[in-house]
Design a protein around this ligand. Structure first.
Ligand code: ADP
Length: 327
């Protein structure tokens, strides 16, 4: 029979994402509701290795649901990649009597959790916290909706200038090697073209389309580029276009870290709350070493050892929508 969990350690790890605080709040309050003790671990796995661990109460998470970032802070911890670092982390958990963990982070953090739980028999539950939406096994990740809405708001503003000056704007959005932010924000802002790592970029097609549009006097154009596109980022694309179409006024805008911060959207607060609640349910019910996702509006649990980056082909239909609607 699986051992009953009584003391839960909670951490945020890897890149931060808006909605992590809402998830922290849900884990702490659901845990306390079930008479568990919940301990906050600072700066991801670093806090485990360095024993930066403190008891959390219901009031510790008051007034945070609307805040971006993470009150537990986050980090990338190299020491945890080594067996000696993980042993240190385990000894520190023992000092507090922690016998279960909830990890809010991306696939890297889940890999760390899986390794740790294999070595030390501590049940771990993951919550997908990443703006990139690049984890297989869930339709949503905590932070994607906010990030994509921030991108849309910014791109709308750039469009005003593009329109006023009849310019081409090439806008680079985040997403590492995943194109979801680019795809969604591009469709939502009526972009002329969207460059994503999941599809091979044909720049000569882009040049041809720009030439054709220029003949038709369609002078305002937005191209959205995912930072991880294999052709390169917005600067590389701009250099190429300027070479081929020197008469076209072209500007580059890299949105950068504004996409990570800010108050989480309603959607991110709600999914973070649902996922946080279910993380505790999993620990109580003995559904261990899984990450909590949502598929078709139902909770979906994927074993941590199967948590991999989502590398899916974006099908032709999406790109057709982009092409037809931007004529
Ligand atoms: P993300 O969770 O956003 O994908 P990272 O890939 O940087 O971010 O992972 C976050 C942290 O998880 C790393 O800094 C490290 O401490 C831990 N981690 C990642 N992979 C492993 C692994 N294979 N073994 C142990 N720890 C890992």
């Amino acid at each position: 029979m699986t051992k009953k969990v009584t003391k839960v350690g909670l951490l945020t790890s890897g890149g931060d994402s808006p909605g992590m605080n809402a998830a922290i709040r849900a884990v702490v309050r659901t845990g306390i509701y079930h008479n568990l003790e919940v301990f906050g671990i600072m700066r991801g796995y670093s806090g485990m290795v360095e024993n930066d661990i403190f008891k959390m109460e219901s009031r510790s998470v008051a007034n945070i649901i609307q805040r971006g970032g993470t009150i537990l802070k986050t980090a990338r911890c190299m020491e945890f990649m080594e067996p000696a670092g993980r042993k240190k982390a385990y000894d520190n958990l023992q000092k507090h009597g922690i016998d279960g963990l909830v990890i809010i982070g991306g696939d890297g953090s889940f890999r760390g959790a899986q390794t740790f739980s294999n070595e030390f028999d501590i049940p771990c539950i993951g919550l997908p916290g990443t703006i990139d939406k690049d984890i297989a096994g869930t339709d949503f990740t905590i932070g994607f909706d906010t990030a994509v809405n921030t991108a849309v708001e910014a791109i709308d503003k750039v469009r005003d200038t593009a329109d006023a000056h009849d310019r081409l704007f090439i806008i680079e959005v985040m997403g590492r090697d995943a194109g979801y932010i680019a795809l969604h924000s591009g469709i939502a802002t009526g972009a002329e073209n969207i460059l994503i790592p999941e599809r091979k970029t044909n720049v000569d097609d882009i040049i041809q389309s720009l030439e054709e549009k220029s003949k038709r006097k369609k002078l305002v154009n937005l191209i959205i580029v995912a930072e991880g596109d294999e052709f390169g980022g917005a600067n590389e694309l701009s250099t190429y276009i300027k070479e081929k179409l020197p008469a076209l006024e072209t500007r580059v805008c890299i949105l950068g870290h504004i996409q990570r911060g800010g108050s989480p959207s309603c959607m991110d607060r709600v999914i973070a709350s649902r996922m946080g609640y279910h993380a505790i349910e999993c620990l109580i019910e003995g559904k261990h070493n899984v990450f909590v996702g949502i598929q078709n509006n139902k909770m979906h649990y994927t074993p941590l050892n199967e948590a991999v980056k989502k590398k899916q082909r974006i099908n032709e239909e999406w790109m057709n929508i982009v092409k037809i609607l931007a004529t």
